[in-house]
Design a protein around this ligand. Sequence first.
Ligand code: PMP
Length: 355
Amino acid sequence: MSRFLHEKFAALEAYTPGEQPRDRQYIKLNTNESPYPPAPEVVEALNQTDVAELRLYSDPEGKDLKEKLAWYYGCKAENVFLSNGSDDILNFAFLAFGAQGAVFPRPSYSFYPVFAQLHGVPYREVPLKEDFSLDVDKLRGTGCFTVLANPNAPTGLAVGLDAIEKIVVSNPDQVVLVDEAYVDFGGESAAELIHRYPNLLVVMTYSKSRSMAGARLGFALGDRELIEDLEKLKFSTNPYNVNRLTLKLGAAAVDAAPYFVENAKRIMATRERIGVALQGLGFTFPDSKANFLFIRREGLPGETLYRKLKERGVLIRHFSDPALADYNRVTIGTEEEMGAFLKEVRAILEEEGLV
Ligand code: PMP
């Protein structure tokens, strides 16, 4: 830290992204990316792009893409906000709506407390129940900005729209943000509820089901006035934060929606198959509605499995939070990748004398 940094950031602990090592070729099951490429229509749109156009700024309104997403989700363009990945939207939302503090479950996405600290938003974490299910009653009437991931990360567990509605209805004077990064893998989206609840903000991303993590594109759906608030902050920060290429490819991906829906189905089918195999090896995990499994094996510390798999060229995610020490989060890859993962897991269990 230099002596020039504002003292209010001295104690800030930044978010730790999943590792992206370059020392060798890994089977990468650690950051919940899609194992499949973007839709052929997206590739085609990229190939047809005239690079000379990059001399021009991107459309700060992102009008074409907003209209397409509005059409897809049954709302108006004025109900859509676009930003540089959904993390960017979370950042603006904590900045915009955290005046009275924030509440979110724990464990959940470990970026929420970082955004709260960054913006000086006091926060309270509501523990999940013993079985990792959401304590819906404790998220009702919080009296402050309320954030939840549905499905949750890193557990993969989802709640139904009835639970979301209860939370939204009970906090009429506060924004409730539902982070639906993983909703396309078996969850239920709250998008349709934005027409009834002006305090609901639904946040989605192109990073997971749409295979475009590297393009950095997230969007939020909500009441026109909520979207205007976010636009105000975006236009006070970086109006061009979604680049020209990403706007174009993002629109092409909406046209190719059946492709990503099909991919999500493939990933769900792989998840079910791998789940059965892992159970056969003595692993347990919550019922995932996401593109990952949050696994635990009696007698095998999470860190050991993580480390031994890494030595064998398979990366999974282990968390530093001591409450999660027994667990690892494993992204669902292709059938072949998951076959290789299982083979190595079996070998490690044998080595440890656990099978
Ligand atoms: N929300 C959750 C729950 C996530 O796991 C992630 C991915 N790390 C994000 C939001 C952010 O995704 P992105 O910024 O790539 O849209």
